[in-house]
Design a binder for this molecule. Structure first.
Ligand code: NAD
Length: 499
């Protein structure tokens, strides 16, 4: 039976959160004993102290991960054995669904219904998918002359540093933990300082499932302290980073300044949603744009924040999206029916409000929204906001807002739509809406983005790669392609003497 709203509030009041790091299979205070206070963006309540990890903590976690790798307690297990343990890990995540969902909602503000229906199941399925895959992945033998045999094998890299953001804390971690752990690596995870709660529980659940101590460590802390120490560490072989383009740039610098570790960046986006006049079901297109943008309070890397609409249908399109906004009014994230929760913190609220002010100042027309909501709750909520007559050069259209703000940009021709869609430093996702199959293919090919949707937006699955062109990053999360990020390719030549 699903819990009622009262249940969630009662559970939240009774929730216990342990903010200590998980290093070498045990809970640990930060070496210097410092903590920071974690508060909830839903109403400002205190969740508890969190260990403020710094260089010494990262070093302890990397040492633990390295010795786990060196003695083969994990990478030395046959793939089928790693699979069983990771499957148990996925099962534990599902068994702890309500606890994890509550922590995620309290930590970063998303509605409880989505923590339950999206975040926890997607996290478990990402781990389970790589568990299932890993004893079905074969290596290769090269087509060499008969006098020799050349084996091309994948080997785990060693110690992987994982640094993730706060918008989907568990899912972003799982997209990296799945392929990294299944391949036999050890991991040190640095969650966002804004959302450390679930990562720390995941590490405990992994231990309960039988993952050997030291294989998966979690060190909470700030980016410029724990994050920087991890990315600069000389004994980390690769960094799997998801976050902003600004910090992704630093990841490349850290690698250059240290041991040239591999850096895989999954960064920001400013995805274009292109609607042509020949697409008959305008209502579906508009409702999809609203649903995809306002989901997760607009705090999604792939949010379709630039909506390009042919001028002949723009008026009607804007009417439909505006009529959708009452369904996305911010409300109590612990109430079962809430569809829009709180932004992650006061800084994010200020940033989003700053973009809204810039939109009005630069001449875009506010269709609806634009104000802070629910201030009396002590949390950080913003109304779903729509701007029309946005020009692609305006701040609204150039920068990632990461909030519930839609920009509608009008175009006249197909060529103009493609040029506008591609005129962005980002290239994470895009979509094209057209009933003309030739146009749909033509435009999909022309769009410079890692994922292009045709006549839909939110289809997603662990089986397909996820990542961006241009300054949206490199490498790909998800699918078998992600295994390439956490494995080295080795060629072994064997001589075969003639009889
Ligand atoms: P952020 O870049 O500020 O922080 C991400 C992580 O990096 C956090 O753990 C943070 O503590 C750490 N960090 C910050 N400064 C650091 C430093 N100097 N050295 C080392 N680590 C540092 O991003 P955010 O605000 O947490 O998340 C939002 C961003 O993430 C958006 O740009 C969004 O588009 C992006 N994102 C991308 C994807 C994707 O798959 N492409 C998915 C989700 C989010």
């Amino acid at each position: 039976m699903s819990a009622t709203r009262i249940d969630w509030h009662a559970r939240a009041a009774a929730a216990n959160f342990d903010g200590r790091a998980v290093i070498d299979g045990a809970r640990r205070e930060a070496v210097v004993g410092e903590t920071y206070a974690k508060t909830s963006p839903i109403d400002g309540r205190t969740l508890g102290p969190v260990a403020r990890g710094r260089e010494a903590d990262i070093d302890a976690a990397v040492k633990s991960a390295r010795s786990a790798f060196a003695d083969g307690r994990w990478c030395g297990k046959p793939p089928a054995a790693r699979k069983k343990i990771l499957q148990r890990f996925a099962d534990r995540i599902l068994a702890a669904k309500e606890e994890l969902a509550l922590l995620e909602t309290l930590d970063m503000g998303k509605p409880i219904q989505f923590s339950l229906s999206v975040d926890v199941p997607s996290t478990a399925s990402a781990i389970a998918w790589y568990a299932e895959a890993i004893d079905k992945v074969y290596d290769q033998i090269a087509p060499t002359p008969a006098s020799s045999l050349a084996l091309i094998t994948r080997e785990p890299m060693g110690v992987i540093g994982v640094i993730v953001p706060w918008n989907y804390p568990m899912i972003m971690a799982a997209w990296k933990l799945g392929p990294a752990l299944a391949s036999g690596n050890s991991v040190v995870l640095k969650p966002s300082e804004k959302s450390p709660c679930t990562a720390l529980r995941l590490a405990e659940l992994a231990l309960e499932a039988g993952l050997p101590p030291g294989v998966f460590n979690v060190v909470p802390g700030y980016g410029h302290e724990a994050g920087e120490a991890l990315a600069l560490h000389m004994d980390v072989d690769a960094i799997g980073f998801t976050g902003s383009t600004r910090v992704g740039r630093r990841m490349l610098e850290y690698a250059g300044r240290s041991n040239l570790k591999r850096v895989y960046n999954e960064l920001g986006g400013k995805s274009a949603f292109v609607v042509f006049e020949d697409f008959a079901d305008l209502e579906r297109a508009a409702k999809t744009a609203a649903g995809s943008l306002f989901f997760n309070q607009g705090e999604s890397c792939n949010a379709p924040s630039r909506v390009l609409v042919h001028e002949s249908i723009a008026e009607r399109f804007v009417e439909i999206v505006a009529a959708e906004t009452p369904s996305y009014q911010p409300a109590d994230p612990l109430a079962a029916a809430t569809t829009m929760g709180a932004l992650v913190d006061e800084g994010q609220l200020r940033s989003v409000m700053g973009y809204i002010e810039a939109g009005a100042r630069e001449g875009a027309r506010t269709v609806t929204g634009g104000r802070r909501a629910r201030a009396e709750s002590g949390g950080y909520y913003v109304e779903p906001t729509i701007f029309d007559f946005v020009a692609n050069g305006m701040t609204l259209a150039r920068e990632e807002i990461f909030g519930p703000v839609m920009s509608v940009i009008r175009f006249k021709t197909e060529a103009e739509a493609i040029a506008l869609a591609n005129a962005s430093s980002y290239g994470l996702q895009a979509s094209v809406w057209s009933d003309n199959i030739n146009r749909a293919h033509r435009v999909a090919r022309a769009l410079r983005a890692g994922t292009v949707h045709v006549n839909q937006y939110d289809e997603d699955d662990i089986t397909v790669p996820f990542g961006g062109y241009k300054q949206s990053g490199n490498g790909r999360d998800k699918s078998l392609h992600a295994l390439d990020k956490y494995t080295e390719l080795k060629t072994t030549w064997l001589r075969i003497d003639a009889a």
